[in-house]
Design a protein around this ligand. Structure first.
Ligand code: GLP
Length: 260
């Protein structure tokens, strides 16, 4: 794992945006896995700025979102479809045909999940997967005890995650119980993972994911087995890690050819 600690979420997100921009320039038809939640918002803001001010061209990219609530139509304001439109897709030039988000409203749940996996494969796999981190250590909506080999499927949210998502729905009791999510195994097949975590609320989950044992109780800990997992953190999210001096030294002394 590469652990990068920055003074705040904006600075960390600028590094993430540079990584994504580099990938788009090297391979214009790159495939990105995308996340929702508050964490990737500054990243999406910076990508939108790069598109507007620097002409960063997203015309050929393909995107796959991690997850969506079951039975929520795409037009629902709390849906991840609506979130992605507002925070990224309406602000860059990605064509609608390149965008994929699990269809939470689909009647055939199993068929939809299978088809999603097939679409990812048909696009050649995901080059960079953007991830947030649940306060209980989940990635996507893979709650603790999710199989570390799981594929896209239906999952039941924990009460804690429903509480964490309450604001968008106007109360925890309105948050759906079920979601469709890429599996941990699906995420692990991406060629690089970029996990963003900011704020004190994430400190415990970050420490467990990066320095704890690999366990299905903390699904993000499986990233320790990924050949290219980068954690972009602010000071608060990094505050429960034990090796911060080492992580900072490593980042500050990267050879020039390795800098982002
Ligand atoms: C939801 C999403 C996750 C996200 C998590 C954390 O559970 N499905 O992908 O990582 O929220 O959200 P936030 O970034 O708002 O803390």
């Amino acid at each position: 794992m590469e652990i990068i600690i920055q003074p705040d979420g904006e600075a960390a997100s600028r590094i993430g945006a540079r990584l994504i921009a580099g990938q788009v320039r090297r391979k214009p038809d790159s495939v990105f896995g995308l996340a929702t939640g508050r964490s990737p918002v500054p990243l999406y803001d910076e990508l939108a700025r790069m598109h507007r001010d620097e002409g960063l061209d997203f015309a050929r990219i393909r995107t796959f979102n991690l997850d969506e609530f079951v039975a929520l139509p795409p037009e629902h304001p709390a849906s991840y479809h609506a979130f992605m439109k507002a925070h990224l897709f309406d602000r860059i030039n990605v064509p609608a045909a390149g965008i994929h988000i699990p269809d939470g409203a689909a009647p055939d749940v199993e068929g939809t999940c299978r088809a999603y996996e097939e679409e990812i494969r048909a696009c050649g796999g995901i080059d960079i997967q953007v991830l947030g981190l649940g306060s209980d250590g989940h990635i996507g909506f893979n709650e603790p005890t999710s199989s570390l080999a799981s594929r896209t499927r239906i999952k039941t949210l924990t009460e804690r995650t429903r509480r964490d998502n309450a604001a968008a729905f106007g109360g925890p009791e309105r948050v759906p119980h079920h979601v469709l999510t890429m599996g941990v195994g699906t995420i692990m097949e991406s060629r690089a993972c970029l996990l963003l975590a900011f704020g004190r609320k994430k400190a415990k989950a970050v420490a467990a994911a990066a320095e704890g044992p690999v366990t299905a109780m903390v699904p993000a800990s499986v990233l320790q087995m990924h050949p290219r997992a980068i954690l972009l953190l602010d000071e608060e999210a990094a505050s429960a890690l034990t090796r911060t001096d080492y992580y900072r030294w490593v980042y500050d002394h990267k050879p020039d050819w390795q800098k982002y």
